[in-house]
Design a protein around this ligand. Structure first.
Ligand code: IMP
Length: 423
């Protein structure tokens, strides 16, 4: 496996965690480069379910090194809790297998409070955030008033910066009628997490450059998905980081020409959580999938909105990310259908569109144009080989890959490691 960036090519929740876990068998290093604990990767190994939010999925493979890069926003209390949770399940988490960038920005309690306050203030125009403080933390980073992991390790610096930030944010929270935070309480909580994190902190850029020089195989695991990207997504119904391939380079300090391959992960249909336009959304399909117990968020438990496969969106994701190969997950979710719709174009004001409009009002006005493919009406969850898949399932997979403009390399028929078909 060459140095690979793995991205979600839809609206997040494409099943990236499982594909990453599968690929980490070959990767020596797994890097998270953007987002925070708004992400939720579910991985099932040997019947045990692990939900990872910030720590790369590689942590479940002995011998794999995990790196939380500079582009991540890290809630120190949440990540300390995640480390302890993994240890309680018998997973070893030590500086040998986890490294945290000293330049990553912190998510602090006032970010979470502000995230919630702004969502309430937006009323019906809310984004539907995970309320993990992600937007306000990235906002502080860009406004150059953020605290970073390096600050955590210097008690006097931490105390001084935190006091100033809490004072300013308490005034801001008061404008929303929300009670402020007590400096001493926050300092105590954050300082305790800092001590747990201290041994993991390093300059990860230097580590990764050394790894590249030594030809180690690196997997960059994307969080969220292309259409939640702050620049290329359905703004403002997006998250606050660059979820597309370029974000892996800025968020890790590894230059673009050291990347060999971009792998896009897609579901065999489409889902999105939170608000915002979603052209192929379909209520009966949502009801069917929810009725099967599928499509509930791993971070917030919210029911995801579901729709047909949208080739217009995935084609565009291919352009932005430079997707070479495709992994299709959740094929088994469609097993019972007689026929399956695939969106090939959008129609807007009488015109056929090959690519999505960037403005969310226009995107919301787009009507999907569908082609209909026959279903396979056969359970696929126990199939492990391409040749054993029903003909119609193979045709469906090849068709969505062709419409997306990339090569199909993996099909996934269930959440377990073994339920994976390689082409
Ligand atoms: P935030 O990232 O919490 O600010 O949320 C902004 C938008 O991104 C909301 O629509 C969330 O539902 C969505 N979002 C954030 N993280 C994920 C994820 O891991 N999967 C799917 N959607 C996400």
């Amino acid at each position: 496996m060459a140095n690979t960036i793995l991205v979600g090519a839809q609206w997040g929740d494409e099943g990236k965690g499982k594909i990453i876990d599968f690929l980490t068998e070959k990767a020596e290093i797994v890097v998270r480069s953007q987002g925070g604990n708004n992400a939720g990767h579910t991985v099932i190994v040997g019947g045990t379910k692990y939900v990872l939010h910030l720590i790369p999925s590689g942590i479940l493979r002995p011998g794999t090194k995990c790196v939380i890069g500079n582009g991540v926003v890290l809630d120190p209390v949440a990540v300390a809790g995640e480390i302890e949770g993994l240890r309680a399940k018998g997973i070893s988490v030590t500086p040998e297998n986890l490294m945290v960038s000293d330049a990553a920005h912190l998510v602090l309690p006032y970010h979470r409070k502000l995230d919630e306050a702004r969502e309430i203030a937006r009323g019906s125009g809310k984004i539907g955030t995970t309320k993990r403080g992600i937007g306000p933390a990235y906002g502080d980073k860009i406004a150059r008033v953020g605290l970073r992991v390096a600050d955590l390790l210097q008690p006097a610096v931490l105390s001084e910066k935190l006091a100033a930030r809490i004072s300013e944010n308490n005034a801001l929270l008061a404008t929303y009628g929300i009670e402020g935070l007590d400096f001493q309480t926050v300092l105590k909580e954050v300082s305790a997490a800092a001590e747990l994190l201290r041994p993991f902190v390093a300059n990860t850029v230097v580590y990764l450059h050394e790894a590249v020089r030594n030809k180690k195989e690196i997997l960059f695991e994307g969080a969220q998905g292309t259409f939640l990207d702050i620049d290329h997504g359905t703004y403002p119904y997006v998250t606050s980081s660059n979820t597309t391939a370029g974000g892996a380079c800025t968020g890790s300090g590894v230059p673009p020409h050291r990347i060999d391959r971009v792998l896009g992960v897609i579901k065999a249909y489409t889902t999105r959580v939170g608000e915002g336009p979603f052209p192929t959304e379909d209520e009966p399909l949502s009801d069917m999938l929810h009725g099967m117990g599928r499509e509930f968020g791993s971070t917030t438990g919210r029911a995801r909105r579901c729709g047909w496969f949208d080739a217009v969106a995935v084609r565009y994701a291919g352009m932005i990310n430079g997707i070479d190969d495709l992994a299709v997950t959740n094929l088994d979710g469609l097993d019972s259908l007689d026929s399956i719709r695939v969106c090939t174009h959008y129609k807007l004001n009488g015109q056929l569109l090959e690519t999505p409009p960037m403005d969310y009002v226009q995107l919301a006005a787009c009507e999907p144009v569908y082609t209909e493919l026959p279903g396979w009406k056969t359970p696929t969850e126990d199939i492990r080989e391409w040749d054993r898949l029903p003909d119609n399932a193979r045709s469906y997979l090849l068709k969505i890959a062709e419409l997306s403009g990339a090569k199909l390399v993996i099909a996934s028929v269930g959440p377990n490691r073994e339920q994976t078909i390689l082409l």
